[in-house]
Design a protein. Sequence first.
Length: 246
Amino acid sequence: MGQKKSHFIIFGLLILVLALFGWALSTQMQVGKLDKTVLTVHRQFRYKGDEHNVSLSLPLTQYLHYQEKARPSWLNYPYSHPYHFFAEYVAMATDPDDDATIDNVVGSLDEVAAAEGFNDYKKIEFALVFVQSFTYIGDNVTATLNEYPRYPVETLFDREGDCEDTSILLAAILNEMGYDVAMLLFEEFDHIGLGVNMPPEYKVFGNSWIYEDRRYWYLDTSGGSSIGWCPEPYDVTSAYVYPVGE
């Protein structure tokens, strides 16, 4: 009787070991599939009356990586000026982990710009319209925090965001294109925008802010305005300027 009981115990342990091995193997296979999963993000928008389509391939693991990545928090600067807190937004726009993805975005936009013969002004404006095609949605709808800035990959994947998210995304794109851009903090209104220092041969009208003899023209990433035109009430407000890529 005792020997039969021992056989049952051994058999039960064997079944348990095999079940655990199967679970581990299945988990490993799922992780392998996850590593290879690539999602396609498609944007359709109009520029100068013409319809344009841009399709991007985004690795799912990269999106999940940024979902877990730390981001600026007021808790890190309890006694500091907001300037230091918002300066981290620049770091989000230049984070090296998404260089390949931003390169792909820039490559897609550059391909159209070259085919259409865009000059620098139209190329910047084209990138602006691309980002403006994303849906505006506030942090109070998509997050549990009043301020939840998103990395460029997150905004690309979600195809939506607020002014800070689209500003960070466009900053990453234009910086990679080689343009001089700066994040703009309108402290009075807790608003983040983006500015571009246009090449001197272009005449630009509208709203701009100066930093170290460089004039940054406003880019309305979450609206529909062209280069230089800033919505009220930011158009008559001072702003802190954070150059990107320095």
